[in-house]
Design a protein around this ligand. Sequence first.
Ligand SMILES: *Cc1c(COP(=O)(O)O)cnc(C)c1O
Length: 453
Amino acid sequence: MTDTESWIQKDLKYVWHPDTQMKQYEGDNYKPTLIERGEGIYLYDTDGKRYIDGVSSWWVNTLGHSVPRLNNVLTEQANKIEHVLLADFTHKPAIELAERLVKLAGEPFSKVFYSDDGSTAVEVAIKMAYQYWYQKGQPQKRYFVSMTDSYHGDTLGSVSVGGIDIYKKIFNPLVFETIKVPAPYCYRCPKGCKQNSCNIDCLKDVVKLFKEHHNEIAAIIVEPLVQGAAGMRVYPAEYLNRLRIICDEYDVLLIDDEVAMAFGRTGKYFAFEHARIKPDIFCVAKGITAGYVPLAATVTTDKIYSAFYDDFSSLKTFYHGHSFTGNPIACAVAVETLKIMEEAKIIEHLPFKADVFKQSLQKFKNLSHVGDIRHIGMVGAVEMVRNRETKEPYKFTERVGHKVFLEAMKRGAILRPIGNVIYFMPPLVITEAQIEELTQIAYDSIKVVTESV
Ligand SMILES: *Cc1c(COP(=O)(O)O)cnc(C)c1O
């Protein structure tokens, strides 16, 4: 047995992997890949084989792996103070990061509430919105609206506003009741419309719902412009723009879950910029530390904050906090990440790269089992179908996406699929040539698999 094999054997003995049916590793089947190091957009396994990190290690990495500047800041901060509680105490990295986030997001944002990851940032947003209405004397505004096939995290509050069966169905007896509105899934539009030529008819359901029930609705939570976990379903910015107007009209808060899409994924710092709107509350995590360490923030306005600001005896305090709220190492890495993005003009350089990316996705039109090609900024996806005319999907038991993943691994790229959707969410620092290499590996892998199943 090689050294790698014995580590894997030990892994399977002790580690329970996320979102994974562990039985698939039985026998001579494929095994988890033992990664030893990373550099730039590449990950290297213990045998020295190199892979393009095509999914940014679950959507978190933005500036590449093991970046010297971030490594230095991380160790420097650990040498000063690795952690201190953020109640009655504070530290420069938390302060500087909050100021930077507020300034980046612009008016009317004014306050940053830290937590640990995307799910907790969403929990914070939900509780904040609920308590806001409670303290405004409207406790009956307690329902949350979200989209079908939405994903907002894996903790029970965020699962409640989620809409994907595999994450939710079993837990339905445990989660709180929410209201679903149809997602703007343009490839399979429930209204039969075509993207960019429709009148965003799917918003009519939102208007109808708000008209009848706004008095009981606290907020609507959305993934801006891309429903990520649903399969990188890109929808028009116009949807978000109009949703803001409808929310204002009916006095419903707009919570924008930017956990996956902020910090450059869509080509801008925040996806809401595309729609030229400002939500009432937005959540960030994943890319905030360039994918280094867990950190999240829920950002809001004085309108919300002032409903909590009162004498101690008023009991309006927001009683929420995690042990590692605003961890100094994480905040220092996040500040440095934003400095690098600013100095290297990462966002400014994205339009050209995004265009190259968009062009390189065109080749998938030649594959007869690719039904839809989706793209925005530095996110791309292809949806594979059994039949392109009827859009008949492959059965989930066929594991077509998984087969493509295995082919791509052989060819040196990590393209971990979502069902029948192969998507690309590379680190923002990927070059144009590397984009071409990545999409070509996907093309070859999809071709081999779909022509044999
Ligand atoms: C990943 C994700 C989350 C959950 O974030 P975690 O850090 O995994 O808890 C929430 N919302 C969206 C839109 C996400 O993509």
